[in-house]
Design a protein around this ligand. Sequence first.
Ligand code: NA7
Length: 560
Amino acid sequence: MADQSKNFDVIVVGAGFSGLYMLHVLRQAGFSVRVIDMASDVGGTWYWNRYPGARCDVESLSYSYSFDEDLQQEWEWKERYAPQPEILDYARHVAERFDLRRDIQFDTRVTAAHFNEDTSRWTITTDDGDRYSAHYCVMATGCLSAPRRPDIPGAELFGGEQYHTGLWPHDEVDLTGKRVGVIGTGSSAIQSIPQIAKAACHLTVFQRSAHYSVPAWNGPLEPEVQNAYKARYPEYRERMRTSDAGILYDTHDINLKPAREVPEADREREFEKRWKKGAFNFQNTFSDVTKNQESNDLYVDFVHRKVREVVNDAKLAELLCATDFPLGTKRLCVDIDYFETYNRDDVTLIDLKATPITEITEDGVRTSAGHHELDVIVFATGFDAMTGALNNIDIRGCGGQALREKWADGPRTYLGLAVAGHPNLFTITGPGSPSVFTNMIVAIEQHVGWIRDCLIWMRDQGLDRIEASTAAEDEWVDHVRQLGEQTLYPKAKSWYMGANVPGKPVVFLPYIGSQHTYAQTCEKIAAQGYEGFDTARRTSDVASATEVDLGGQPEAVAQP
Ligand code: NA7
């Protein structure tokens, strides 16, 4: 007998911003949906990344859903850049407001998803051994959701506390009076270091590469500013959707000139103006920051001067000046008092390029120059980005083909939305889509809308199966690669390139063309009857197999 409680039109993996919205729109469209998430609540990235100082680097009035006018008018943001607890409260509010939790299964990890060619359905297996059947499987697994810790000898010997910023405990972590070591100086470290320094009795930062960072100039969001913005939400949201990165910049601020062609005095004035606006405004001072090395060097020179102005110790300032990669080719960090923190007497910077970590001991970290006694180690060492969460699930398409094997030399997708040989599977903000180069919520809303429309179209056409063609996928993969190669991004050992994970293929992962161009491409493809996709009409045999008997033993589950 088919187990009715485990048969769905759609299984969505992940209850972050993409999974929540996917559930909402599919339910509205009359599909039966189950969302599965290993967390105990909604929020995705904002559920896990709760380290001190965690906050969004996109302004809160923009980093929010646009799909519901009452929601966007009624929710009150408190700060210019929302801290993690506020964003998590927002996700919870959305879940309650649209009654989403009743269709979400928490505390459950999806371990496998296998496609059955006879029934055109996916069998989804979870870590408690349950199996579900769904016509469509949507991976809403996030881009930065597989935290990684480097393999440092002796880590298991450490007698103190160890945390990863991306898996921060839900109970309060009390760092008061403790000697804390932070490994890493990317965005998570740069946000957490000033906060950890305030609590700890001593902070040691282990830096492999210095990163570029621009002040957030965060502050309370004044009611008049918020109200004025909300009054123009329809116009602003449209401008975000039709922009390059899903972010709203003042139109008069968009400078289309290449930095190297602007006279020095004008250039300096423009840099200073955007620096004072903070965050990504600075990266967009000129048009060619990630396209031309000479222009990039001018940005770098400006940022180095800012670091030297803030950091009192001249030698320390030089160590904090990023030099290993062009500005912007690793995500630009946005900080609150990061460089200022190094003026404290109780903060020490260790330059791992000069003195690498050799081991973790029972009571600290040893480098080639000596031992640092610690009570707490914080790994701010990043993620297996964009492909990690997908490859952690044993996804198998036609002929039992494992996605991990198909992607052994780098991910292959059509539009970052679909994978040849894996029918009826969709990836929200998957590799090959703009995702991390945009305001994620803009990218998510666009993908979710596209998938919903596609499933409705399939239902209306009486179609049963949709699959990216290999030719369309090959062409898209080439296109994504070529766009990446025209930039400075390949010069950095970044997570954009997969270069931060030893052994991971070094391939440009996101789509660097603009979000607007990308969305137009997706729309055109849909309007042309899903060009580049192969579809199959439901046969009577398949129609009778819309439900699958899920009894019996679960299949063997491959461990990630
Ligand atoms: P990132 O940006 O990947 O930063 C990770 C940091 O950890 C970075 O400074 C790395 O140095 C460092 N790292 C990684 N492995 C090691 C080892 N083995 N030894 C020393 N240092 C190491 O991750 P985040 O969590 O900060 O940010 C990820 C994204 O989340 C961010 O871009 C925002 O979009 C939000 P490296 O630079 O490789 O020399």
